[in-house]
Ligand binder design. Structure first.
Ligand code: ATP
Ligand code: MG
Length: 242
């Protein structure tokens, strides 16, 4: 049985989908079978970030409503080698939490990692938390996102998610040195979760998020996601930010 991990945040647009896709890709290139499911009921973005938008016929809502088997809605990313994706529906609607949890359990028999890329709605959070063993909270280093992340961390601890980790995204070190944004120690203490990784503000990540390609092998960003993947697997690797 594989690991079910969720990616959450206390604020929209901080990089959940980017972290889901590039962490998933890093786990896949390390030999794991990885599926990312976008748990949203009306806004889809993973198809663009993972480059599968022209290949999707069925989505999560089709699977949960019984309109198709789950394998019909799983598409291999042409950009991120070895990564499989199930997209959120375009039309808003209700996602059945019970069916979603059952689906994840079934899929975790086929995949080493099932990564749930959540929306920041409470429904998506609670649904994912009722099946996830691990959680990655993505935050930017700003007080609003950090406060939201603390609330999310508390809810995840209340729901007994076993391993809650923090990913600080879009960091601009110069802003930390200038005192314009909180430093890493503050972020970690304020959220109350162990650090999994720090991802800088990066043109190559922004470009890759547009589905234009993958992160260049050997690049700083490629290495950062490889290290996050290693830490998820329980290996100790140093934090690299530059
Ligand atoms: N480290 C980064 N450096 C530069 N740009 C980034 C970085 N991470 C994310 N982005 C940009 O931010 C955008 C939003 O990221 P993303 O869609 O992953 O956020 P999200 O938390 O999933 O949003 P939502 O709450 O809407 O689901 C991306 O399309 C990308 O352009
Ligand atoms: Mg998203």
């Amino acid at each position: 049985m594989g690991t079910i991990a969720m990616v959450a945040s206390g604020k929209d647009g901080v990089g959940k989908t980017a972290v889901s896709v590039f962490t998933g890709a890093a786990l896949a290139r390390d030999g794991s079978r990885v599926l990312v499911i976008e748990l949203d009921s009306g806004l889809r973005s993973i198809d663009i970030v993972s480059g599968v938008y022209s290949r999707i016929i069925y989505d999560l809502a089709d699977v949960l409503s019984g309109r198709c088997e789950h394998d019909k809605a799983i598409v291999q990313s042409p950009m991120q080698s070895g990564l499989y994706v199930m997209s959120a529906p375009f039309n808003s609607g209700t996602i059945s939490a019970d069916r979603f949890v059952k689906l994840c359990t079934v899929l975790s028999a086929d995949y080493d990692y099932v990564i749930i890329d959540t929306a920041s709605s409470t429904g998506a959070l609670l649904t994912a938390a009722s099946t996830a063993m691990k959680a990655m909270i993505v935050t930017t280093a700003d007080p609003v996102s950090i406060r939201g992340s603390r609330l999310i961390a508390d809810r995840l601890y209340d729901m007994s998610v076993q391993d809650v980790r923090l990913v600080i995204n879009r960091l601009v070190p110069e802003r930390v040195y200038a005192g314009a944004v909180p430093n890493l120690d503050y972020c970690i203490d304020a959220v109350g979760a162990r650090l999994l990784g720090v991802i800088p503000e990066s043109d190559s990540i922004a470009l890759a998020c547009s589905g234009a390609g993958s992160l260049a092998p050997g690049s700083r960003e490629y290495k950062i996601f490889s290290n996050i993947a290693q830490r998820i697997k329980g290996n100790e690797v140093p934090l690299e930010m530059r």
